[in-house]
Design a protein around this ligand. Structure first.
Ligand code: GTP
Ligand code: MG
Length: 249
């Protein structure tokens, strides 16, 4: 078993809450309502993972499964520029973009297939200078939610999601990579999905995701991140800011 790696969020409190950063060989679930910052955090981690270890990165590359067409290269470039300022370096956004491999998933079956392709690509990169150290699925649940509608389909949806999550966990273990998945929840209780603090995907996601982070909006560019039900860390909250330069304290 390989030593667990820690990937910086770029935010002091957030890192401390996670015991140093986002862990490899684990699934970390970002959940929260629309606009709460899930995709922003995912973008920032796709940048940070490429940093050298002394800067909190894992010297790795990224595979992102984008199900909602929300990947924005320009946003990555802004974040890289933000890091250049922060570290007094001259990072090249194009270099960072080269190491983010994005695949668009058109439906839930395609999304599952893409996790197999991700495994193949990660294998090819395994013994290079830039092994894959981060897998992102943004959003994990959107296609499933759209396709499996109504009570009768719930068991089927959960079973498919469960298998998908196990595949992702395996990728994390096999490549000593962090796995980030996002999951939109409603701010108000919903007749069908119920309690917003219990994300869609329900208990199955709850047990599989080792780190569950509940994001919510606060004043201005501030976001509150809550660590929920961690097996080995105290529950806690931290405040981050989503700025033009990326995530900040
Ligand atoms: P859903 O995918 O709809 O569930 O939302 P999400 O949780 O993924 O939200 P997302 O991460 O897309 O957050 C959107 C918010 O991030 C915006 O409302 C802005 O506050 C902030 N944001 C997004 N892009 C930028 C940017 O380029 N600059 C700045 N300063 N803020 C941004
Ligand atoms: Mg999003």
């Amino acid at each position: 078993r390989k030593l667990v790696g820690k990937l910086t969020t770029g935010c002091t409190e957030f890192n401390e809450m996670l015991g140093g950063g986002v862990e490899t060989q684990s699934i970390t679930e970002l959940y929260g309502e629309f606009g709460s910052g899930k995709t922003q955090v995912a973008h920032q981690l796709a940048v940070n993972v490429q940093l050298p270890k002394e800067k909190g990165g894992l010297n790795g590359s990224v595979i992102m499964i984008d199900t909602e067409n929300t990947f924005r290269p320009e946003r990555i470039a802004q974040m890289v520029d933000g890091l250049s300022q922060k570290h007094g370096e001259d990072y090249d956004p194009e270099e960072f973009l080269k190491h983010i491999h994005v695949a668009r998933a058109y439906n839930s079956n395609h999304q599952i297939l893409l996790s197999d392709s991700a495994s193949e690509l990660a294998n090819e990169l395994k013994n290079t200078e830039r092994p894959v150290r981060l897998f992102i699925v943004d959003s994990l649940t959107a296609h499933f939610r759209a396709e499996y509608v109504g009570r009768g389909t719930l068991a089927d949806r959960q079973q498919k999601l469960n298998k998908h999550l196990h595949d992702l966990q395996r990728l994390g273990d096999l490549f000593n990579a962090a796995v980030i998945v996002t999951n939109q929840v409603m701010s108000k209780p919903d007749a069908f999905f119920g309690d917003p603090t219990k994300p869609i995907g329900g208990h199955i996601l709850g047990h599989t995701a080792t780190f569950r982070l509940y994001l919510r909006k606060s004043k201005g560019d501030k976001r509150i991140v809550r660590l929920v039900d961690s097996p080995n860390l105290p529950d806690g909250e931290s405040i981050i800011a989503v700025t033009t330069e990326g995530l900040q304290d």
